[in-house]
Design a binder for this molecule. Structure first.
Ligand SMILES: [Zn+2]
Length: 262
């Protein structure tokens, strides 16, 4: 089953003037808000359980619908709290072959309402459904191979016994290629996850616009320990809020999710 190696799988909504303007004011509003009250651990756990119960079945259904006919897509995500992570963050990954979504305890304690926790969780489902890890791996591999070939060609020397090349230069280039491939499309993947996440959060009974305010907050990209926070891995941007608003408009106009035609 072929994956498109670079672009998004689904069409991102077109952003119109009204959405862009409203997004800019919501974005500015989120930046004005003062520090939040932190939930207790037990209240954060209760919020997580409540939200996971509603979001998980919808995320699974959207995943199954999106991957109909594809072999090897596992939509049975294990959604849990990451109790070891000290930063406010959330992520989607695979543990062995098992897809997992984790929200850290500090992130949950920092959410202002269920809509925010639901939006973060739904957004992470978007990374699964958009096949972003698989695409990143393909890009990294393609980038590494390309730069490796260029370096090999540049350093190849003719000897009486054939061509040789500097293998250390090739492996440096392969690492560089891998890093460049990982960064190249991250913003379009985040927007795709936002658009998928908006649909999932809405269908699960939450307000995606209220939820997306979590992303718009003026927070440091790094936690005190120097590791990236959620706002480091998800740079806040009014375009993200506009994408959420435009997706809500599509839902209200009964416009379904469309695949990118290529
Ligand atoms: Zn993301």
């Amino acid at each position: 089953m072929g994956l498109t190696a670079c672009g998004t799988t689904y069409e991102l909504p077109t952003l119109g003037e009204p959405q862009t303007q409203k997004a800019a004011s919501l974005f500015a509003e989120a930046r004005q808000e003062g520090p939040r009250r932190q939930l207790s651990n037990s209240a954060a756990e209760a919020r997580f359980a409540r939200v996971a119960r509603k979001v998980s079945p919808v995320g699974k259904a959207v995943c199954e619908q999106a991957s109909a006919g594809k072999v090897g897509v596992n939509c049975n995500v294990q959604v849990a709290i990451d109790r070891d992570m000290a930063e406010r963050n959330a992520y989607f990954t695979y543990v062995d072959q098992q897809p997992v979504i984790r929200l850290s305890m500090p992130l949950l304690r920092d959410t202002a309402n269920d809509d925010e926790a639901a939006f973060v969780m739904s957004h992470e489902y978007g990374h699964l459904i958009g096949r972003h890890i698989e695409k990143k791996q393909q890009q990294a591999l393609a980038g590494a191979l390309l730069l490796g070939v260029i370096a090999a060609a540049a350093t190849a020397q003719s000897t009486p016994y054939g061509s040789t090349y500097d293998s250390s230069l090739v492996s440096d280039s392969m690492e560089l290629g891998a890093a460049a491939g990982k960064m190249a499309y991250s913003q379009s993947y985040e927007l795709e996850s936002d658009t998928l996440g908006t649909r999932i959060a809405y269908a699960a009974g939450y307000d995606p616009t209220a939820g997306a305010k979590f992303f718009a907050r003026p927070e440091s990209a790094k936690a005190s320990a120097g590791k990236l926070s959620f706002w480091g891995t998800h740079p806040p941007d009014a375009k993200r809020v506009a994408t959420v608003l435009a997706t809500v408009d599509q839902i209200n106009a009964k416009v379904g999710l469309k695949k990118v035609s290529n």
